[in-house]
Structures are given as C-alpha cells and as structure tokens.
Design a protein around this ligand. Structure first.
Ligand code: LLP
Length: 387
C-alpha cells in the first residue's frame, strides 16, 4: 500500500488526510461486477459508506445503482452520474422535503419502514400526480452476530416492519392508490463476517415469500441490503472481500420466483479497504506506565474506534526496526479519542507518518468539525502515483 514513492509524496502533504488507493477500489469493483453478473444480480452502492464525489463517480462508472438514506444523498448520487432509475431510498425517518426530492427525481424505489410513512408517500405522490414504487422493509428477526450498534434485523429495533404487522400493511396498501408495491427489502446489520448469517437470511426470506404467495401477492424484486464484512485485521492479505462466496450463498439458498430480481446494497465491502487515514505523530508523551503517541488525526477524522470500539490496523510507515508499545491517541478533548491501546509499533517519534487502515467506509463519511477542526482533504493514488 505504501511504497517509497507514495511516502515521499505524503511527506509533502499537510496531514491528516484521507488517502484512497484507486487500484484497490477498481479491483474491488471488478470483482463485484464479475461475480454478481454471473447471476444477473443488481448492485446499489450504499452511499452512506463514503459520499466522496470522486469515489462515487468511479463506482457509478461500473453501472451500479445507489442506495440512499437522505435527500442530499439522492442529489449527490444524481450529480455523480447515478441514473435515477437505479436509486433506492431507505430510512426510518424520511422527511416530507426528502420524499418530495425523491419523487421529483423519479427514483427507482422507496424502501418503506412503516405504515405512516407509506401513507405520507402516497399522499405526496398523489399531489405530484405520480405513482411511487415501494418495497417494504421487513424485519426478518435474524441475528447478524455483529456489534449491537450495527445490528438492525432483530425484532426490537427501530428499523423495518415486523411479521405481525404484515396483514395490516397489505390492507393499507389496497387503499393507497399512489404507491405500488414492487419489492421486499431486508438489511440485517453490518460488518457481517459469519457468512452463515446470510444463509439464515435467505431461508427466512423463503418463508416470508411463501406467506405472500399464499395471499396471491407477487413482487418483482427482493432486496437483501448490505452488511458484508471486511478483514480489518489483515488489509494487505485480504484487500478484496470474497464476493465469489458471498453471491454464491444467495444463488444456492434463496428461492427467487420466475423473473424475480435480486438487489444488493453494498457499502463497506465496496470502499473500506481502499482508504486510509494518514496522520503524523505530534508528540510522544511518557505516561506512568504507558507511552502515548499523539496523532494529528482524531475521532473527527475517524469516529469508529471511539463510537464502536472498532479496530483499525495502525502502521508507522516512516519507521521500522526495534519496536515499542504505544497508546495511539488523537488530539481531541475526549478520553474516547483513542485509536488503540498498547499498539506495537517501530520506535516512534515526532513527525512519523501513521496510517490508520481500512477507513474507506464510514471514515470520511462520519467526519465532524468537533473542536472546530477542518474537514481533512482527500488524496487519490491516481493523482500522486507516477503515470
Ligand atoms: N442498506 C441499509 C438499509 C443499511 O442500513 C446499510 C448500512 C447498508 C445497506 C450498507 O451496509 P454495509 O454494506 O456498509 O454494511 N457506521 C457503521 C455502519 C452503519 C451501517 C448502517 N447501515 C460503522 O462504521 O460500522
């Protein structure tokens, strides 16, 4: 990831910054494209993972659609070249203004999370003289075995519609003339590395499809959301998630009806490994039992460790040789602004360049200006690597 040419370039740049390796992104996109097209699956990129325009334009160039969770994400997707006919829009709290944006944009499908939401979309679509296509987001009550903050598919959850509400949804839909049910949508959580979870999801969807079939309800598409995890421990050994196995699970276990489409909303697995936060050591400070490496990047550039105790591999790319242990922390006035405790690094000194790896997903996208900090720049490999 960091050859000497890149490091020389980095040394001329102001830190912290987000670095994107466009080769890794392209290899990932090639793999998704070739593996999903074996089965004719439809891919929507989950924009929430990274809404950087250059990243989005690259993803769009592969012909994928977009999965949005706000009116602004819809507008950004259109600006970056995603066709409206491939945009899906999810979210438990879609505002009137956002629904209007989506209707005016003529997006492909709303993923609806409640009956009151369907009622509002119906009303606003009527005002526009349109019929909005919707999928209902079903809570399949499948446990994703991931961090509780990013589990979404179990019953006691703000997301989706539970099984006991199906009858009422169907009754209501009959009266909503300006929405058309075209799909069933699912998303059970994120950073799922235990692939048997996806098998469990497929089996549950098969059951749910039977319920709808018994009531003579047939939908054009199934959308299984995102959630496929990446290898945070070994970014260099496993830069590209195993999409071959991932898509094969759905082919094997999900019973699609004739002509029924299968859609995915992949976020993290598309962009996580291409990104790193590059930062410099400001000070090495000796505590009582601990040495602190204080970086110029903090939770403002990468919130995941502070918010979810998430692990990101930390590398000192300026040094090698004899090692020591450091608590690697940021400059923000919060004790949780810590990237790792007792991290083994080559002996580290002021101005060393530190890479926080696997930050392409939910890194830049979750940046904040807390402490009135600047939003860090993005730097792309194709702009700094020799041609
Ligand atoms: N579809 C829906 C409905 C979602 O809620 C999400 C993510 C995705 C697709 C994309 O999931 P992915 O393929 O990226 O796992 N900020 C957290 C992750 C939150 C994920 C929210 N929903 C983190 O940094 O781990």
């Amino acid at each position: 990831m960091f050859n000497s040419t890149r490091i020389d370039k980095f040394n001329q740049l102001e830190t912290p910054f987000y670095f994107y390796d466009m080769n890794i992104l392209e290899q990932t996109l090639n793999s998704i494209q070739s593996e999903s097209s074996k089965y004719g699956y439809h891919i929507h990129y989950a924009v929430k993972a990274n809404a950087n325009p250059k990243i989005m334009q690259k993803i769009q160039s592969y012909g994928f659609g977009a999965d949005c969770v706000s009116g602004n994400e819809i507008s950004r997707s259109v600006e970056c070249g995603f066709p409206a006919s491939k945009i899906v829009y999810a979210g438990v709290g879609k505002s009137d203004k956002e629904i209007k944006t989506a209707l005016e944009t003529d997006i492909f499908c709303f993923n609806c999370e409640s009956i009151p939401e369907m009622e509002l979309i119906n009303e606003l679509a009527k005002q526009e003289g349109k019929v909005a296509k919707i999928a209902i987001r079903i809570n399949p009550n499948v446990n994703a075995n991931t961090h509780h903050y990013i589990t979404t598919g179990i019953e006691e959850n703000k997301f989706g519609i539970n099984r006991w509400e199906f009858d009422s949804v169907i009754e209501n839909l009959k009266t909503f003339k300006n929405i058309k049910l075209i799909g069933l949508h699912f998303h059970i959580g994120s950073q799922i590395t235990d692939l048997s979870v996806f098998k469990g999801l497929c089996l549950r969807i098969n059951e749910i499809q039977e319920w709808f079939k018994e009531r003579q309800i047939f939908v054009d598409l199934i959308n299984v959301g995102g959630g496929f995890g990446v290898d945070y421990e070994n970014p260099d050994e496993n830069p590209i998630p195993d999409f071959t196995t991932f898509f094969a699970i759905f082919d094997e276990f999900l019973n699609l009806k004739a002509n029924q489409e299968l859609h995915f909303e992949l976020g993290r697995s598309v962009v996580a490994q291409c990104g790193s936060v590059m930062s410099r050591v400001l000070y090495v400070k000796n505590g009582v039992n601990t040495k602190f490496a204080i970086l110029d990047a903090g939770m403002t550039e990468l919130l995941r460790p502070a918010l979810y105790q998430a692990y990101h591999k930390i590398e000192n790319v300026s040094a090698n040789g004899e090692t020591d242990k450091y608590d690697v922390v940021g400059p923000i006035c919060e004790s949780s602004d810590c990237f790792g405790k007792s991290v083994k690094l080559p002996k580290t000194k002021r101005n060393d360049l530190i890479a926080l790896r696997t930050t392409g997903a939910y890194g830049e996208a979750m940046a904040s200006q807390y402490n009135l900090r600047n939003i860090a720049n993005a730097v792309f490999s194709d702009e700094i690597d020799p041609a």
